[in-house]
Design a protein around this ligand. Sequence first.
Ligand SMILES: Nc1ncnc2c1ncn2[C@@H]1O[C@H](COP(=O)(O)OP(=O)(O)OP(=O)(O)O)[C@@H](O)[C@H]1O
Ligand SMILES: [Mg+2]
Length: 249
Amino acid sequence: MPCLFEYVLSKGKTPLMIKATNIRKKYGTLAVLKGVDLHIKKGEVVSIVGASGAGKTTLLQILGTLDVQSNKHDSNLLINDVEVTALSDKDLAKFRNEHIGFIFQFHQLLPEFTALENVCIPAFIKKTPKAETEKRAKELLDFLGLSQRYDHKPNALSGGEQQRVAVARALINNPSIIFADEPSGNLDSESADNLHKLFFELRDQFGQTFVIVTHNEYLADMADRKLTMVDGQIEKNNLVSDSQEASSS
Ligand SMILES: Nc1ncnc2c1ncn2[C@@H]1O[C@H](COP(=O)(O)OP(=O)(O)OP(=O)(O)O)[C@@H](O)[C@H]1O
Ligand SMILES: [Mg+2]
C-alpha cells in the first residue's frame, strides 16, 4: 500500500524543497556541471546515479551549500524558499546547521568522542541546551537500535553502527533535507539494506526530504524518483513533470 507521502507526492501539489536553476561548475577549463535544473519536492526521496566522474558529488555539495556554483550571477538555488547564494557566510553556516543534514560514504565521526557526543555536536553548535540535546540524541540512537552503544567511541563500533551514528548526527537538528553521498558504499549488504529501509522510515515518520547519490541500483530504484547524471547534466527524461506543476502553483 502506498504510504501517505507517496500519495501526497503523487498529487503533484507538494511545495518544493529545492529549486535549482542553471547550476554550472568549472574547475579551470573543465566544465563539470553544465547547467543543471532540478526541482525536488518536500518529503521526496530522490536518488542520483551516473558514471564515476559524471558530477554527482559536485552537484550534491553545491545543493548542500558546502560548495558554490561557478555562475552565481545567472543561476538560482532556493532551499525551502531561501535563495542560499545570497546569504552571508555566517548566515549560510547557520542555515546549513539548522536545515541540512549530511551523510557521507565515510561517516566522518570524530574518533575521540563517543557515539552520543558525536550525535550531539551539531546541536551544541546550534546552542541547544545540553539536557535537551542529550535527550534527543538518545531518542535517535534508540530509534536506530544503538541504545547499548551511547558510550562507545567510533573504533569500538561496527561499520553499520558507525553509519547509523552518522545518520543520528545528521538528524539531531531535525533538518528539512538530508543529502547522502554513497551512504552505504562501505557497508555489507545487510547493513546497507537496513540503512536504506531506515531512510524511508524516516521520511514516512518525520517527512524529511532525501537526496541520495548512490551506485547501489537497488537503493536507487527504491526512491520516488531516480535521476541519472550524464556528463554534467541530468538526463531530461528523468525530470518529473509535476514538479513543474508544484513550482507554478
Ligand atoms: N576540486 C576539484 N578540482 C578539479 N577537478 C575536480 C574537483 N572535484 C571534482 N573534480 C572533477 O570533476 C568531475 C566530477 O567529479 P565528482 O566527484 O562530482 O564525480 P562523481 O560523479 O561524484 O564520481 P564518483 O561516482 O566517482 O564519486 C571529475 O572529473 C573530477 O575529477
Ligand atoms: Mg562522488
